[in-house]
Design a protein around this ligand. Structure first.
Ligand SMILES: Cc1cc2nc3c(=O)[nH]c(=O)nc-3n(C[C@H](O)[C@H](O)[C@H](O)COP(=O)(O)OP(=O)(O)OC[C@H]3O[C@@H](n4cnc5c(N)ncnc54)[C@H](O)[C@@H]3O)c2cc1C
Length: 491
């Protein structure tokens, strides 16, 4: 059983950075929570439970501050205990913020109005595996390595390998609509979910889905996928599995420009080939991590699965990359060993750099304009140093672009520079036909863009929230939704 890995930036204090009103938790409520499950009011444990991997909050952490401090941390080990905690929050009108792996990078699990943090990282375990159908039933707080270890013993895998594989939980994958690095073959998490068990804001427990396909009204499972703890607490997840793959096939290519590489990816996908990994790096990223010479754009390709399908897939890839230089499998092999190492980014944060990533999805026809406009907009921000990009997940109709940006502002301009870089980049994406997020989600960081990104359908999201959580207790202040506990004065 995995215990949550320690935070990337050491905790140096517990003063709150956000100027929000913290809701008081009465002694009676604390007693009721304590009766429901292991509960703590210890200041260090509350501070640790109140932050995630949001890069801006790491700067606050280095200055001795958490975004906001939870009043109580509850750590249930059973679904019944989760429901009991939710019922106490319902009865006492307490904000309840689910935190699991706390690997989110947008401040989604930060308890912005204090109250209760519901730590789901102890709700762990694989309940059953149906190897005939290829479905696993797993508790939401289970970490990736524990899930895959148990599946491997049965000769299967779900194929969901985010870069945060060691840090994140199954429930967090679902709640954030995440993507693994092998998603072009296996899909995003929403493609893998067969059904869910969810504790609603009124304390009741429901199940959704459960069949390979359905025509019974709208898909209620998908209502909770990506809801980031605002519509219910996901306690159990049924995921599709695949037979463990044979040894992978790998290839890499060098393109003269990013647009030519994007077009090759488009042709590969539109011919029906779905190599598990199809990653195209712009020239600076190719030089930084993939052995490029500063002018080449590297494409890394890896596929796995049935050997006959893999062979056909790699043949399609080779045909569509015929104009590029073929560089062999070594770069991909190297990538498989270093793909989850983000220590360089944390080192830059320690040095005072503003560093973050912005991932979006867009149709193929919009990708090159977005690539150009986002970099131009970000690099125009005072103190900007870099804005680079790779394409990391592909579909028949478009792909995900993943930007990495850095700036070196003076210490008193870290936050304003961070906000300006996000405003510049995200608004350029929206203006040129991209969406708000491909897999990192919204949390607090992107809350200010949601209404603009969803247009009229924002009111539908708001109506769903009002119907499922009329008191607004679930993760208030997130997803850009209004909160009965007040405004979040950020940014
Ligand atoms: C180094 C690094 C690399 C990353 N790479 C990827 C990547 O490749 N792909 C990707 O998709 N993401 C990536 N992420 C982002 C992050 O790991 C994912 O968003 C992950 O799915 C979050 O899971 P978690 O268990 O850590 O959730 P948390 O961070 O604890 O919570 C995130 C949000 O989900 C809600 N939530 C969590 N569990 C539940 C639940 N059971 N029920 C209801 N709500 C819940 C929380 O309230 C919060 O709103 C990366 C993060 C880091 C730090």
């Amino acid at each position: 059983m995995t215990t949550r890995p320690t935070s990337p930036i050491e905790r140096t204090g517990s003063d709150a950075h956000l100027a929000t009103t913290v809701v008081t938790v009465s002694d009676a409520a604390i007693a009721a929570l304590t009766a429901a499950c292991p509960t703590t009011t210890d200041i260090d444990e509350r501070a640790e439970a109140s932050r995630d991997w949001w890069p801006l909050a790491m700067h606050w952490s280095l200055a001795g501050r958490v975004p906001q401090l939870a009043s109580v941390v509850c750590s249930p080990t059973t679904v019944a205990a989760v429901a009991a905690v939710v019922a106490v929050c319902r009865d006492h009108r307490l904000p309840l913020t689910v935190a699991a792996g706390r690997s989110g990078v947008c401040g989604a699990s930060v308890p912005v109005f204090g109250g209760v943090v519901l730590d789901l990282s102890s709700l762990q375990g694989v309940r059953s595996i149906d190897t005939t159908s290829g479905v696993v039933d797993v508790l939401a707080g289970t970490f990736g390595p524990d899930l895959e270890r148990e599946l491997a013993a049965h000769g299967c895998s779900v194929g969901h390998f985010p870069q945060s594989f060691d840090l994140a939980t199954v429930g967090g994958w679902v709640a954030c609509r995440g993507a693994g690095q092998y998603s072009t073959r296996y899909g995003k998490i929403e493609d893998m979910v067969v059904g869910l068990e969810v504790v609603l804001a009124d304390g009741s427990t429901i199940r959704t889905g459960g069949a390979p396909a359905a025509a019974v009204g709208p898909d209620l499972t998908q209502l909770f996928v990506g809801s980031e703890g605002t519509l219910g607490v996901i306690t159990r997840v049924w995921l599709r599995t695949h037979p463990l793959p044979a040894a992978p096939a790998m290839a890499s290519y060098a393109f003269g420009d990013f647009g030519a590489g994007i077009d090759a990816c488009r042709r590969i996908l539109q011919r029906g080939a779905t190599p598990a990994v199809l990653r195209l790096y712009d020239a600076p990223e190719s030089a930084r991590g993939q052995g490029g010479d500063g002018s080449q754009c590297m494409l890394l390709v890896l596929d796995e699965g049935d050997p006959e399908i893999v062979e056909a897939t790699m043949r399609v890839v080779a045909q569509e990359c015929a104009q590029a230089a073929s560089l062999g499998p070594e770069r991909v092999e190297r990538w498989t060993h270093h793909r989850n190492d983000t220590s360089a980014l944390q080192a830059l944060t320690h040095k005072g750099y503003v560093v973050d990533t912005l991932e979006i999805a867009a149709p193929w026809s919009a990708l090159v304009p977005i690539f150009d406009q986002v970099r131009t907009a970000m690099l125009a921000v005072p103190h900007a140093r870099a804005a680079t990009c790779h394409l990391s997940h592909s579909y028949a109709d478009g792909a995900c672009l993943y930007f990495t940006f850095a700036a070196t502002p003076p210490a008193d301009e870290v936050e304003s520079t961070y906000v300006a870089m996000w405003d510049a980049g995200q608004r350029a994406v929206l203006a040129h036909g991209g969406n708000l997020s491909h897999h990192h989600g919204v949390g607090l960081n992107r809350a200010r863009f949601v209404r603009e990104a969803l247009g009229g359908s924002f009111d539908v999201l708001r109506a769903v929230k009002d119907a499922l959580d009329p008191q607004g207790i679930l993760n208030p202040g997130k997803l850009g939704l209004p909160s009965p506990f007040g405004e979040v004065a950020w940014p």
